[in-house]
Ligand binder design. Sequence first.
Ligand SMILES: [Zn+2]
Length: 371
Amino acid sequence: MSSSAITRSFRASYGDARALFLERCVDAGARVASHAHPLPGPDGAALFLDEARFGPDDARRVLFVASGTHGVEGYCGSGIQSFLLADGLASRLPADVALVLVHAVNPWGFAWTRRVNEDNVDLNRNFLDHDAPHPDNPDYDRLYDVLNLQSLDPDAIARGMAELKRFEDAHGWAAMYRALSGGQYRHPRGVQFGGTAPTWSNRTLRALWQRHAGAAEVAAFVDLHSGLGPRAMGMLLQTAPEGSTADVLARACWPDVIRAEPAQGTDAALVSGLIGPAFVAALPHAAATGLVLEFGTREIAEVLQAVQADHWLDAHGVRDSEQGRAIARRMRDAFFLDDTDWQEAVCLRAREVVDRALAGVQAHATATEGR
Ligand SMILES: [Zn+2]
């Protein structure tokens, strides 16, 4: 596929991205279902989480590829999905394997160019047991004022960054990462809020998993993200316990998968409420694995500051203003690059990951075989 065909897969708004995705789904013979979100987008238009299924109805093996869990990251993820469709993905499914593309897990965040959802929730911190006590993040509590800016004054930002640096020097990278990105359940208006109940997207996604994979024997969930890691590199990240079925299946699909320590108890080493482990837990009768495919965009400080500005705008600014529009542009630019070489690298890496997933999901031996 030519590079112009790749760049044509990326669109500049949620509405345009969705229209292209649906058009290519129809061309590829998908069965599509659309779930209306309770709230509209900035232009007043309705928002949807769309699911598109390809392959046999009774397939025993199912691969999910999702976009837009972190709203604004849908600019990248939706483009990848549309590229994969134009590239003929649906016509090269192995026997007994179904593919489900989930478009805009967080359509509200995608349309509003935000990472969080309508409840200020980071969806990838929301998939935990809300009836149990929520994990603590005491370092976040301590750093609250640094992580949640009261002002976008450059001096205030610089002071905040210096304080984060001091914290990292004193307590190490892991403590810093946890404070910054581990999720928190105590400050509903703060960044990195994981919510105190399952969100609309959480409930919609869980129902969708059961519909498509409730009876599956092998299932994989690849969630497309952007904004972390080296530019254009697509890192595969999982947290499944070493040697678990999820870990074994992931390694069989992708030799280069990176495994982070899973969160445990209230003293979680990394993060809690992730979608991947929730997917595995939701399908106890299947060999299942859930991962993030993360594409790097810009320097971490640039991305972090865009998110902080967006959060400041929500708390203190006016979205429908010149400043508000500039911050929204900055958010899009932090999670998506308008460069042809980046888009090409991202699409080709995604194709490699998805093709490996299809082969791995088909090849995985299940307990019922050979009986
Ligand atoms: Zn993300």
